[in-house]
Design a binder for this molecule. Structure first.
Ligand SMILES: Cc1cc2nc3c(=O)[nH]c(=O)nc-3n(C[C@H](O)[C@H](O)[C@H](O)COP(=O)(O)OP(=O)(O)OC[C@H]3O[C@@H](n4cnc5c(N)ncnc54)[C@H](O)[C@@H]3O)c2cc1C
Length: 402
């Protein structure tokens, strides 16, 4: 029996969405493929902190979607997704006609989560996408420039809320960038303060204590000061934080929030049962009651059977889910059985700036140069897995000094 041609729509050209497209194009399903993203490029989100700190350019961490899209099979629509109408099977976009689907894959990634902290939305900066990190880089440079004019000390104070993975990676890069800014603006090093504010003394909670302490120690050695406190508000000039029973304040020209993320707001706008923008998906990554919709990456929650809690959101899990999602979408087209997603943890490495990192790879703890080399290997692997070998050669990290 010849089956009628279907339409698969993929939302998001990130780690999950673009890898799914790449796999599907190889499988050549009896379906039209449509990819929708607000940008016409793929961003290596895991390197955004470098652009924020000013140690990499945005061009270095992005590549054109044309490198992956096979125009014979796939139509690309550049547009911002507003919501999905699950009953009508349509995707609504800003300034574009609705797009209908037979099968839908949602891979729209994350947004910063402010937990209702007063002023954060307006005054906090966040590491989320190319525009947001470009804003951080420009903001820090502007603060140095302002200092040159008025010598107000707060311009040279950079505070980071949160002491997790993104915070440490950003702080590590910043410690490499500051000497350049000091030279450029002729500033005395002792005037520049880099602060990290975190409610508990336990930084980098995803690593064992020894590795986390190594990371914190290395950042301290490079000038980062740690403050224990819970950020409770921010305005144009001050950060307010709770320390014990007291509310304390500090003045900082720059405040970068890394304290939490949630899945895309499109998920809640579309009426999915979700918590912080993440949907607990079925074993085969489909949405309960909607077998035609699959959700992967930071918008999904897959429960770890070992502790009953969702796995942390990472590019690693998004790419593994993509392989399973492509298989299952193809299976649906062929009216075959889907397969369950099984996550295989390959380890994780947190960069602490150039040539230093901490990580756990296949049960082994790594720190210093070996961890940093491992980080580059992982980044190159992800470039090759999605963008292809040519993209890896063009954009890859091969220098041991960066
Ligand atoms: C600084 C930093 C460092 C990190 N380091 C690591 C690491 O070392 N290892 C690791 O495994 N993970 C790391 N992560 C986490 C990882 O980046 C995310 O888990 C991963 O990007 C999620 O992949 P995704 O496919 O869900 O979404 P993403 O890769 O974020 O892609 C989402 C896509 O959706 C598009 N999009 C979003 N909203 C809309 C909309 N409304 N309309 C149209 N398009 C839209 C975006 O343009 C983007 O292309 C890091 C994250 C950050 C911020």
């Amino acid at each position: 029996m010849i089956l009628a041609k279907k339409r698969i729509v993929i939302l998001g050209a990130g780690y999950g969405g673009l890898r799914t497209l790449k796999k599907l194009q190889k499988m050549k399903p009896n379906a039209d493929l449509i990819l929708i993203d607000k940008n016409n490029y793929h961003c290596e989100t895991t390197s955004l902190h470098e652009v924020a700190a000013g140690t990499s350019n945005s061009d270095e961490i992005c590549y054109s979607l044309n490198l992956v899209i096979d125009q014979k099979q796939t139509t690309f629509i550049q547009g911002t997704v507003l919501h999905v109408d699950k009953e009508a099977r349509q995707v609504f976009l800003k300034d574009h006609d609705p797009v209908s689907y037979d099968y839908l894959l949602i891979g729209l990634g994350f947004e910063p989560e402010y937990f209702g902290i007063k002023g954060m939305n307006r005054y906090g900066l966040s590491i989320a996408d190319i525009p947001s990190v470009t804003k951080i880089k420009d903001h820090i440079e502007n603060q140095f420039e302002k200092w040159s004019n008025d010598h107000r000390p707060e311009h040279l104070v950079i505070a980071v809320g949160g002491a997790g993975f993104t915070s440490f990676e950003f702080l590590g890069e910043l410690t490499h960038r500051i000497p350049k800014l000091i030279e450029q603006f002729q500033v005395d090093r002792s005037l520049v303060r880099i602060l990290c504010i975190e409610p508990t003394p336990h930084a980098l909670p995803m690593f064992n204590r020894k590795l986390a302490e190594y990371g914190a120690h290395k950042l301290s050695e490079n000038g980062v000061e740690f403050i224990i406190g819970r950020v409770s508000g921010i305005d144009a000039e001050r950060i307010y934080y709770k320390s014990g029973d007291q509310i304390k304040t500090l003045q900082a020209g720059t405040f970068v929030w890394t304290g939490g993320v949630s899945g895309s707001s499109v998920v809640s706008a579309s009426g999915f049962a979700q918590r912080r923008g993440r949907v607990i998906v079925n074993d085969d990554l489909s949405v309960p009651d909607h077998p035609e919709i699959l959700i992967i990456g930071d918008c999904s929650a897959v429960i770890n059977p070992e502790d009953g809690r969702p796995y942390p959101t990472t590019a690693q899990i998004a790419m593994q889910q993509a392989d399973c999602a492509a298989y299952n979408l193809n299976a649906r087209i062929e009216e075959a059985s889907t397969k369950p997603f099984v996550f295989k943890f390959m380890g994780t490495v947190c960069s602490l700036g150039r040539n230093d990192a901490v990580g756990e790879i296949m049960g082994r703890n790594l720190k210093g140069r070996p961890a940093s080399i491992m980080k580059k290997v992982i980044e190159n692997r992800s470039l090759a897995k999605i963008g292809g070998v040519e993209t890896m050669i063009k954009k890859g990290r091969f220098s041991l000094n960066k």
